[in-house]
Structures are given as C-alpha cells and as structure tokens.
Ligand binder design. Structure first.
Ligand code: HEC
Length: 446
C-alpha cells in the first residue's frame, strides 16, 4: 500500500486502486492467505453469533481487527490454546484440536496488518471453511438443569444442580458436552457423578443448592469440565466412566452475575454412553495442595510479586497396583495464574506432561493427548508429579482488577489458597485410564 501511495503521483489513481485490490499486492492478502488461516484457527469462536467479540468470516468484519489480531497471536493471548513445547518441556506426544500458529503464520498476520490489511483479488481466494464448533455427535440424552435459575447480585455464585439421567442399567459415559443457556452469566461448569444420590439431601425444592467449587457430597467423581469455547469431554476409545442406575449428575455452575440485571439460566448437558463394559474406566484426578494444607500459610502469593511460584507435588503410593496412562490434563488456577508446568519424576528420568504459559482463568482449556501421534504418558506407582504454578499479583497482571473485585479488595494483597475466585489454586486435573473397577463404591466405604 505504501508503494502504491508513492506511485500514485506517477500512475493514474484508477490504476493504483486496481493494484491495491488486484493480485499484484506484495505480501499476504486476505483472499489468498489470511482468510483460510483465520477461518481454521479462530473460526470456531470468531464467527457470527460465536463467543468472541468479532467474526473472521468476512473481510469487512475482520480487517478492522488486523493489528489487534497480529498482536494477540504474537503475545500468545490468542488462540486460547496455551500448551506448548519449551526449554522446560520436551513433549513426546501432540495434543488434539491444537490450533496454535507457527512462527511463519504469526509473521504472516503481522505482515498483513503492517501492509494495511490488503484484501487481494477474490479470484485468488483460497477455500475458507470455518472450523466447525466441536459438538458431541448423536448424544444418547440431553439433560437439563431441573428448573430455570435466577442469577443476580454482584458476587460470584457456585450453584450445584441435581440432574437425573434416568438410566435403568449400568452405563459408561463416553462423552459429555455442556450447552450453556445464558452465556452472559455462565462462567464455567463442572459435572460430577454422585453415585449414591447424596445430593438429594442437599438440594432444595428447586433441585439445587449453593456449594463450593466442588459438589460437596461424597463419594463423587468429576466427569467433565467446561469453559467458554471448550470442546466436549470425550473419553478415549475403549474407555468410559461407570454410571449406575440411581446415580445422578451434580452440575456445578459457576455464575458470574452481570451486576445490574437479573438473568435466567437453564443450562443443558448432552451425554453419550455405551452399555457395554469398556476395557478401561476413565477418571479425573484433581491434583491440588494436600487436604488441610491450606491453613498452614505455606501457600501465599505476596502482594506486588509479578512471578511468584508455588509447587504442589504428589508421589503415587506404591499401594496402587497399576500403571496409569494419562489421556488429558486441564490446568486450573484463578485470575493471578499465568503459567503451569506439570512434570513427572520417575526412575527412568523426568517427563514433561504439559507446559502452559499464557494461562488464563477465562479459558481453562482441556488438553487431550492425540494417541495417534505417540504413546500416552504413563504414571507408575512411586513416581512423583510436580505441578508448578506461576502467579502475577502485581499491576502488570491485566486481570488484577477482576481478582480484586472477586476478593472484595481495592489494593493488591497477599493471596492464599481457596476455592473462591478471589483466592488462588494450583490444580492440575489429570484424566487417567484405570482398570474397570468400581472405585467410587470402594471410596464410598471410607
Ligand atoms: C476458543 C475460542 C477462541 C478461539 C479459537 C480464538 N479466540 Fe480470540 N477471543 C475469544 C474470546 C471469547 C474473546 C473475548 C474475550 C477475551 O479476550 O478475553 C476473544 C478475543 C480476541 C481478541 C480481542 C482481545 C485481545 O486479546 O486482543 C482478538 C484480537 C482475538 N480474540 C484474536 C483471535 C485470533 C487471531 C484467533 C485465531 C488465531 C483467535 N482469537 C482464536 C475466543 C477465541
């Protein structure tokens, strides 16, 4: 474009315009390179009616965002897929649904923005199929929160809903998709199996109860976690999560009220299952600071520190008689969390399970290993897992205001462990394949 302006004095204006929209523009153009790249990597969310603030479906929608897009991919804020190879993490296996951009693709977006977002020639347009929103195919059932729920006020609400599935035989859940009803207020959703229906005693007439970030009933087991833009939870082929007749789902919704309006939500959950016993069961192990340790003051993120780390370690007891393949990991921290590294120490050396710099509370992406690209990592008894969390409790953290609001504070302050959004956590949700035993029944005996 700059070249065009220079030549404008020599060439006819019409000729210049033509070269601007014509095929002889230097560098990348919308039609030739940019549109297909954005459609594939950003299109699942940045689409008309999608969860993101603008669409990349047409030139007119996307061009005004050219610089912002280049900046967001350079800084690693977008796309919200944060797992990566790094000096600290030599991954041996890929992740599914990896929408990251290569360095060349990032440069392409910067060059395009620097050149003033040229449109190029529609005749050179490459095919631009928008990435499909990743839905669960052919659900066996779609269940709903028992009643519409009113969300108002200005404090976050964790509400647990008791949801019946209605199966009359044992089933093994293989897929689960949360379909949020009111996007304005549904912040994130955890779905638990409550095998003994203990939530019946907790729930009021509307089938729900106020709870912490957990279902607050035992025994219980996490079966899926969802945040905006997240994919459905699918268990690897030949595995599933045992669900007895009479069990219920506890759908734990974290609502973030608008502060000014009363909103109504009745979120749904789509399920797929098999009624044939699979070779493996799946379970999510929540690796967090040890029970009771929150009160010893060890976990403390000092006010003003921009890169404070906490490490949570766990050695798998030798009592456990199996090797445990890991199929997925979801890092979980709150607004101060900026980076998570999960590594495994074993007799054979160290293995990196995931490194997620640029972590963000608003996108708690679930990272699922692609079994076609390598062997699943396997945790053996005696191995130690280290979860290292990094926090920014300083004004350089763009989410500090949200943290302060959630904590009801006006200045940075020391932050300790806790489940409220204004506290912090250092939790890796680790998706494991286990032998087909009814471990919840065993756990319920304790
Ligand atoms: C999983 C869904 C998702 C994907 C994939 C995604 N975005 Fe976003 N994007 C969002 C949401 C939601 C927001 C608004 C909330 C926010 O920024 O926190 C957003 C905001 C943005 C913004 C404005 C805020 C900022 O950080 O500058 C830009 C620019 C952006 N996205 C660019 C991109 C680009 C470029 C891609 C693809 C390379 C992409 N996004 C992929 C969901 C997504």
């Amino acid at each position: 474009m700059r070249r065009c302006a220079l030549f404008a004095t020599l060439l006819s204006f019409a000729g210049c315009l033509q070269s601007e929209s014509g095929s002889d523009v230097d560098g990348p153009t919308w039609h030739a390179e940019v549109a297909p790249l954005l459609a594939d990597r950003c299109g699942a969310c940045h689409t008309d009616g999608g969860i993101a603030p603008f669409s990349v479906q047409t030139y007119d929608d996307a061009a005004p965002w050219a610089s912002a897009m280049a900046d967001s991919v350079q800084s690693g804020r977008m796309p919200p897929f944060f797992a990566t190879e790094s000096d600290e993490c030599d991954m041996q296996i890929d992740f599914l649904d990896d929408v990251r951009l290569s360095d060349e693709e990032k440069t392409l977006l910067s060059d395009w923005a620097d050149a003033g977002a040229p449109q190029g020639d529609p005749a050179t347009a490459a095919p631009t199929p928008m990435r499909e929103v990743n839905h669960l195919e052919n659900p066996d059932a779609v269940v709903k929160l028992p009643q519409p729920f009113e969300v108002s006020g200005d404090r976050d609400i964790y509400q647990c809903f008791r949801v019946e599935v209605g199966n009359t035989e044992d089933i093994w859940l293989t897929g689960l998709e949360v379909i949020p009803d009111n996007d304005l207020v549904v912040h994130h959703v955890l779905v638990w199996n409550d095998p003994e229906d203990n939530s019946a005693q907790r729930a009021g007439a509307d089938g729900s109860y106020r709870c912490s970030g957990q279902p607050d009933v035992w025994p219980s087991e996490l079966v899926a976690a969802w945040t905006p833009g997240g994919s459905p939870t699918r268990s690897p082929e030949g595995s599933g999560s045992l669900f007895h007749p009479g069990a219920v789902l506890v759908v734990n919704v974290h609502y973030h009220p608008t502060g000014t309006t009363t909103e109504i939500d009745q979120t749904e959950v789509a399920l797929t299952w098999t009624d044939e016993q699979p070779a493996n069961h799946t379970t999510w192990y929540l690796m967090d600071i040890p029970f009771g340790a929150e009160s010893d003051g060890q976990f403390q993120i000092p006010a003003g520190e921009a890169a404070h780390t906490e490490t949570v370690s766990l050695t798998v007891p030798n009592l456990i008689p199996w090797d445990l393949p890991v199929f997925a990991i979801t890092p979980h921290m709150h607004y101060l969390g900026t980076e998570m590294l999960v590594t495994q120490r074993s007799d054979d050396g160290d293995t990196c399970l995931i490194h997620a710099p640029n972590y963000r509370f608003d996108f708690q992406t679930q990272y699922v290993y692609d079994r076609n690209s390598g062997q699943l990592p396997v945790i053996s008894p005696g191995d130690t897992i280290d979860v290292r969390c990094t926090y920014d409790n300083s004004p350089s953290n763009p989410f500090l205001d949200l943290q302060l609001e959630a904590a009801g504070e006006s200045n940075p302050h020391d932050v300790g462990w806790g489940e409220e959004t204004g506290d912090e956590m250092c939790m890796a949700m680790v998706g494991l394949l286990i032998p087909p035993i009814d471990w919840l029944q065993i756990a319920g005996g304790f």
